[in-house]
Design a protein. Structure first.
Length: 374
C-alpha cells in the first residue's frame, strides 16, 4: 500500500518546484515516525476519497448524458431495490472498516510514550515557554527573539521583512538529541496553550492543572519551528517554538556547556551580598530587555492597550514594597514574575526602572529585600 501511495504522490513531482514552494497545499512528511504515519494515512484517505468521487460523479455524468430526454430515454418506475440498498450500505461499511485499521494503528503508535530515553516538562506562560529536562537538570525559559519583538511593535521603525524567521525565532531553542525517544509532558501556568511543531507530527494542549503526554523521535538533525496553536491572549501570535535537534554527542556537549554557564552565573550572582546600584541597573537593563519588553516599550514609554508609561509614573516611583508585590504577584494584565525571575533579577529590574527612562529615584533595591516577600 505504501508503495502505491508513493507512486501516486510522485504525480506532484511533475509540478514546477517554484509553484510547490509558493503554494504548499499538502501535508509535509515531517521528521518523525508519527508525522510519516499521519502523512501516509492522510494520503490513503485522500486517494480513497478521490477514487470514490471519480466513480460516483463519473457514473452520474454518464447517466445524465446517455439517458437524456432528447435520446428518448424513459424514467424507470420502481420504488425500491433490495440489491442496490445492500450494495450502497455494505460498500461504505467495508471502506470505513478498511480505513479504521490503519487509523487505529496510527493512534496507538502516537499515544505510546513508554520506554522514553528522556523527558521534558513543557509549561506554557503568557507568552513564553518553560522547558525542564527532568533527567539532565536543565531548565530555561524560551520566548520571542528581540529582533522579531521590536519589529512587531507599532512605531518601532523596523521592517518585519528585514527580520529572518520573523515571529518564528526564539532566544533559547529547546535542544533534543537525534535518534532518542523524547517524552514531552505539557502543562500551563496561566491559560490554555498548545505546543505545536508541524515537523514532529503532533499538537498537544497545555492546560493549567493537567499534564498531557506526547513523544517524538527525531531522525534528522535540524531546526524545526512551530507556534502556540491555542488562542491564549492578545499576544498569542508572538509565542513561537524552535526545536534544535542535534546528534547525541552535540546534545551532550550542549548540556555540559549549559550547566557550566549556569554555575558561572550562580557564582557571580550572590543574592546575599550588597550590590552596587550600577551593578543592579546594568543587570536590570538585561532583564528588562529579555522579560519586560514583550509588553513595555524599550524606552519605557506607554504602549496603547498594553502597558502604561514607566517614566515618572506613580507605580514605578511609589512605595518600593508595592512595586515588589506587583512584579512578584502581578495584577490585571501585569503577569506574576515571582516564579520566573530570581531575587537578583527582580531587585535589578526594579532598580533599573526607578533610575532609568528619565526617572531618578536615586535608590537601589537589594535582593535580600526581595527574598522577604517569598
Amino acid at each position: 500500500m505504501k508503495s502505491i501511495l508513493h507512486r501516486l504522490s510522485l504525480i506532484v513531482g511533475f509540478l514546477p518546484t517554484a509553484a510547490l514552494a509558493d503554494w504548499q497545499l499538502n501535508l509535509t512528511r515531517g521528521v518523525t515516525s508519527i508525522s510519516r504515519n499521519a502523512y501516509d494515512l492522510h494520503m490513503l484517505v485522500l486517494w480513497v476519497c478521490t477514487i470514490i468521487g471519480v466513480v460516483v460523479f463519473g457514473v452520474m455524468f454518464w447517466s445524465i448524458f446517455h439517458h437524456r430526454k432528447s435520446r428518448g430515454a424513459q424514467a424507470a418506475h420502481f420504488h425500491e431495490s433490495t440489491t442496490v440498498e445492500v450494495i450502497w450500505t455494505l460498500v461504505p461499511f467495508l471502506i470505513l472498516v478498511g480505513l479504521a485499521v490503519p487509523a487505529t494503528r496510527a493512534l496507538i503508535h502516537i499515544e505510546d510514550a513508554s520506554d522514553a530515553d528522556m523527558s521534558i516538562l513543557i509549561t506554557g506562560y503568557q507568552w513564553k515557554w518553560h522547558y525542564k529536562y527532568l533527567e539532565d537538570d536543565v531548565e530555561f525559559f524560551s520566548k520571542l527573539d528581540q529582533d522579531s519583538n521590536r519589529a512587531r511593535m507599532l512605531g518601532s521603525g523596523q521592517d518585519p521583512a528585514s527580520v529572518e524567521n520573523y515571529l518564528l525565532e526564539v532566544d533559547n531553542p529547546v535542544v533534543i538529541p537525534v535518534g532518542k525517544k523524547v517524552r514531552f509532558l505539557t502543562t500551563a501556568n496561566d491559560v490554555i496553550h498548545a505546543w505545536w511543531v508541524p515537523a514532529l507530527g503532533f499538537k498537544r494542549d497545555a492546560i493549567p492543572g493537567f499534564v498531557n503526554e506526547s513523544w517524538a523521535l527525531v531522525e534528522e538533525p535540524g531546526i524545526y519551528r512551530g507556534q502556540c496553536a491555542e488562542l491564549c491572549g492578545r499576544d498569542h501570535g508572538f509565542m513561537p517554538i524552535v526545536v534544535d535537534a542535534r546528534p547525541p554527542e552535540a546534545y551532550a556537549a550542549w548540556v555540559a556547556e549549559f550547566k557550566a554557564k549556569r554555575a558561572a552565573v550562580a557564582q557571580k550572582q550572590d543574592p546575599k551580598r550588597a550590590w552596587a546600584r550600577e551593578e543592579l541597573v546594568a543587570h536590570g537593563a538585561e532583564v528588562y530587555a529579555a522579560r519586560c519588553s514583550d509588553c513595555h516599550a524599550a524606552d519605557g514609554s506607554a504602549v496603547n492597550g498594553s502597558a502604561p508609561s514607566l517614566a515618572g509614573g506613580e507605580i514605578v516611583l511609589g512605595a518600593v514594597d508595592d512595586l515588589i508585590d506587583l512584579v512578584m504577584f502581578g495584577t490585571g494584565e501585569m503577569h506574576a514574575f515571582g516564579g520566573q525571575l530570581s531575587d537578583i533579577d527582580i531587585a535589578a529590574v526594579i532598580t533599573f526602572a526607578r533610575n532609568s527612562f528619565g526617572n531618578n529615584a536615586g535608590d537601589d533595591l537589594q535582593p535580600i529585600k526581595v527574598a522577604e516577600f517569598r
